[in-house]
Design a protein around this ligand. Structure first.
Ligand SMILES: NC(=O)c1ccc[n+]([C@@H]2O[C@H](COP(=O)([O-])OP(=O)(O)OC[C@H]3O[C@@H](n4cnc5c(N)ncnc54)[C@H](O)[C@@H]3O)[C@@H](O)[C@H]2O)c1
Length: 444
C-alpha cells in the first residue's frame, strides 16, 4: 500500500487535501483463469456476510462453500453470495476440499485460533477477523502455524490498510509532531445495538444451532440463544469492549506510531453500570497503557456518545486528530519563544521591565510565521466512496496471489490483541497488567 500524493487541494484557507487511494487492484481487470481464487467463509453472521461480499467485489474471486453453526446464517451467506454454496456446520469438511485457496474466518473470537491453525495446516491462506485471539497463548500458536505451513494470514483490522493512517504515519515520520508523549483514543456509543443487545431470531433453537460446537473450549452450559447472538457481552466467547472496539483504535495508533511490541503495562478501570442483562463484560472501560516514552489512553463507553469516536496524538510541536477513519488533521503547536510572563509577577517592577526589555533585544527575529496555528493546520481525507474494508481485503488477495506480505500479519495482530487482553486482565483482576516479553505472558 502506497500513500497517494495529495490529488487535489480543496479550499484554500482550510487546507483540506483529498488523499488519493492507491489500491492493490485499482481497476478491475480480467483475471486469467489460472489466477482465479476460490474461497469459503467460516462464520457468516454480521461481519462474515460483510466480508464475503467485500471479497466478491474484487476481480477473479469465487465463493464455493460456507460453514456456520446456525441454519439461518448458512442461508444468509448464500443470499449474500447470490448463489447456492456447499454448506456445512463442520468447518473441517471445508478445509478438506483441495479446490479452496483461502478461507475467511469471522466466527466468535474464542474460535479464531483453532480454525486459523487448522486452516494453515490444511494449506489454506486465511483472512481472520479481529481481534486475532481470545487468549494470549493463541497468538503465538497462530504465528507458529503461519510460519510452519508458509501461509498468508491477514488479520481483519481494516484501519491497518487505510490511507488516512498511512498519511498520519508519514506526518509522524517527518518529525512534524516533535516528541510524541501522549495519545488519547476513544469510541463511545449510546444505543442498545451499540451495546450488542441484538434481537434473537425467532427460529433460534438447539435444532437450528449447533450449540455444543459453538461452546468449543468454553464452559459447558445448556442452550442459551442470548449468549449465542449477544456473545460480545460474555468473556467466555469474546473480550468485551477491548476486543470489539479498542482493537480498532489500537490498530490505528500502532500504525501511526510504528509501534512493534505489546504495551509494557496497562491499568484499566470501569464497570458494568447500565446494561445489567446478565453479561459479565463492562459497559464502560478506560485503560492507560505505557509504551517507552509514550502514555496511551483508550476508552469505550456504551452509555454516552456525545464524543463519538476519535484519536489524538500529542507531540511537542503539533497534534494529529482523527475524528473517524476518514480523515486526519494536523494542527501545529505555537512553539515560538515567548518572554516569561507568569513567574516574574513576584519580581520588583524595575527588574521585571528590564527582563522584558532584554528579552525583546535578545529575540529580535519576528515571529516564525504570521499564520495562526489554525491557518497552518492541514486536513487529509479520503474520497466519499473510499472503502477501507475493500482495500484491506484486496491487500490480502494480492498476498495470496503473489505471496507478498500482508499489511496486517499475525505478528502485528498479536500486539494489538495482547493489548486488549492486558486491559481485560487489569480490569478483571483489579491490578496493573505487565507484559512479560520473555515468558510471553501477562503478569501482575
Ligand atoms: N473488522 C470489523 O470491523 C469487524 C466488525 C464486526 C465484527 N468483527 C469481528 O468478526 C467476528 C464475527 O463477528 P459478528 O458480529 O459477525 O458475529 P456473529 O455472531 O454475527 O457471527 C458469528 C458467526 O460465527 C459462527 N461460528 C461460531 N463458531 C463457529 C465454528 N466453529 N464454525 C463455523 N461457524 C462458527 C456462528 O454460528 C455465527 O453465526 C468477531 O471476531 C468480531 O470481532 C469485525
Amino acid at each position: 500500500m502506497r500513500v497517494g500524493a495529495g490529488a487535489a487541494a480543496i479550499g484554500s484557507a482550510a487546507k483540506v487535501t483529498l488523499l488519493e487511494p492507491v489500491r492493490a487492484m485499482a481497476s478491475p481487470r480480467p483475471v486469467p483463469p489460472s489466477d482465479r481464487l476460490r474461497f469459503a467463509s467460516i462464520g457468516t453472521g454480521v461481519r462474515g456476510c460483510n466480508d464475503l461480499s467485500t471479497a466478491l467485489r474484487a476481480p477473479g474471486v469465487e465463493m464455493v462453500a460456507v460453514s456456520d453453526l446456525y441454519d439461518g446464517r448458512l442461508i444468509a451467506a448464500q443470499e449474500e453470495a447470490g448463489k447456492k454454496l456447499d454448506t456445512t456446520k463442520d468447518y473441517r469438511r471445508i478445509l478438506d476440499r483441495k479446490d479452496i485457496d483461502f478461507v475467511i474466518v469471522a466466527t466468535m473470537d474464542h474460535w479464531h485460533a483453532k480454525i486459523v491453525e487448522d486452516a494453515c495446516a490444511a494449506g489454506k491462506d486465511v483472512y481472520c477477523e479481529k481481534p486475532m485471539t481470545h487468549k494470549v497463548s493463541e497468538g503465538f500458536q497462530i504465528i507458529d502455524a503461519m510460519r510452519k505451513y508458509n501461509r498468508r494470514v491477514q488479520v481483519g483490522s481494516q484501519r491497518r490498510s487505510n490511507v488516512v493512517f498511512a498519511k498520519a504515519r508519514e506526518i509522524v515520520e517527518s518529525g512534524a509532531l516533535g516528541q510524541i508523549t501522549a495519545v488519547d483514543g476513544w469510541m463511545d456509543r449510546n444505543d442498545p445495538s451499540g451495546a450488542w443487545v441484538y434481537p434473537v431470531p425467532p427460529d433460534a433453537s438447539p435444532q437450528t444451532i449447533d450449540w455444543e460446537r459453538f461452546l468449543g473450549d468454553a464452559p459447558k452450559i445448556p442452550f442459551n440463544a442470548k449468549r449465542f447472538f449477544r456473545w460480545r457481552g460474555y468473556s467466555d466467547y469474546g473480550e468485551g469492549l477491548p476486543g470489539d472496539l479498542y482493537v480498532h483504535i489500537l490498530t490505528g495508533i500502532y500504525t501511526v506510531l510504528g509501534l512493534q511490541t505489546p504495551p509494557q503495562k496497562a491499568v484499566a478501570s470501569g464497570g458494568l453500570y447500565h446494561y445489567k442483562d446478565g453479561r459479565d463484560e463492562p459497559d464502560m472501560i478506560s485503560t492507560l497503557y505505557s509504551f517507552p516514552g509514550i502514555t496511551v489512553s483508550v476508552r469505550c463507553n456504551l452509555n454516552n456518545d456525545s464524543q463519538g469516536s476519535g484519536t489524538r496524538v500529542y507531540g511537542t510541536k503539533g497534534t494529529l486528530s482523527f475524528d473517524s477513519e476518514t480523515s486526519v488533521t494536523f494542527v501545529p503547536q505555537d512553539t515560538r519563544p515567548q518572554p516569561e510572563g507568569y513567574s516574574v509577577i513576584g519580581w520588583p517592577k524595575k527588574l521585571r521591565e528590564e527582563y522584558w526589555a532584554n528579552w525583546k533585544k535578545e529575540h529580535p527575529a519576528p515571529p516564525l510565521s504570521s499564520l495562526t496555528a489554525v491557518e497552518q493546520s492541514q486536513t487529509f481525507r479520503v474520497p466519499d466512496d473510499y472503502d477501507e474494508d475493500l482495500v484491506h481485503m484486496e491487500n490480502f488477495l494480492t498476498a495470496v496471489r503473489t505471496r507478498s506480505a500482508c499489511n496486517e500479519d499475525p505478528v502485528f495482530g498479536n500486539w494489538t490483541a495482547i493489548a486488549c487482553h492486558m486491559a481485560n486482565h487489569s480490569y478483571f483482576n483489579k491490578a496493573e497488567a505487565v507484559w512479560d516479553e520473555q515468558a510471553k505472558t501477562i503478569r501482575m
